[in-house]
Design a protein around this ligand. Structure first.
Ligand code: FMN
Length: 194
């Protein structure tokens, strides 16, 4: 877990197909509300579709930069916030908000639990990938509506994550945002009794 890291610096060599499949299959081991298993994966494989996703990121990142000024803006501009150019695998992970599976148990009162289930599943896959030496990077500087339209997914699917998967250039115990002076891990545990 200390080693997990969000990775944005990838080598470009491919990942064996069996290993990609093995990582993806760990999603199905995750807990999910009502056993709804709402995770849906789109492997973004064509150059054309990847280009759309990269352009989407670049536009969103330029807009995000406008939200900072001074030192913060200068630091932001130096961050590498996606490994999309180099990562051999791009995975768009959706939540099927319209699934019948689980018959609404839990999700009837808290529909967001389906999406939380998808996040939990991604975390399992992330840790599993790391045990094989693979790195995973979560890209959220994107226009989700545009990406969802571009990927032409079924009605009711909601984008949870755009993930890059591949071999990391290096291994570190320190988050990249910390190394680059953006934010440091406080490892503060906030617990209260009532
Ligand atoms: C939901 C989520 C979205 C994230 N989105 C981005 C992102 O768009 N770009 C980025 O560089 N890192 C992103 N990250 C990675 C965080 O910056 C990273 O987890 C944090 O700095 C701690 O580093 P570590 O994961 O290596 O411990 C995201 C992480 C999570 C959990």
């Amino acid at each position: 877990m200390r080693w997990r890291r969000d990775v944005r610096q990838f080598r470009t060599d491919t990942v064996d197909e069996a290993l990609v499949t093995e990582c993806l299959s760990t999603l199905s081991l995750a807990p999910s509300v009502g056993l709804s298993e709402p995770w849906r994966v789109i492997r973004v494989r064509t150059d054309a579709m990847r280009l759309k996703a990269i352009e989407n990121f670049e536009a969103a990142n330029a807009r995000a930069l406008q939200g900072y000024a001074g030192e913060r803006a200068a630091t932001y501009a130096k961050l590498k916030l996606s490994g999309m150019h180099d990562a051999p695998e791009h995975l768009a992970i959706f939540c099927d908000d319209a699934t019948d599976k689980g018959a609404g148990l839990g999700a009837a009162t808290m529909p967001e639990m389906r999406r939380y289930s998808v996040v939990g599943a991604i975390t399992l896959m992330w840790l599993h990938a790391r045990t094989h030496g693979l790195g995973l990077g979560w890209v959220s500087i994107l226009d989700p509506d545009q990406l969802t339209r571009d990927l032409d997914v079924p009605e009711g699917w909601h984008l949870v994550a755009y993930l890059c998967l591949g071999w990391p250039k290096d291994v570190s115990l320190t988050p990249e945002l910390e190394t680059k002076g953006w934010e440091a891990r406080a490892a503060r545990l906030h617990v209260e009794d009532r």
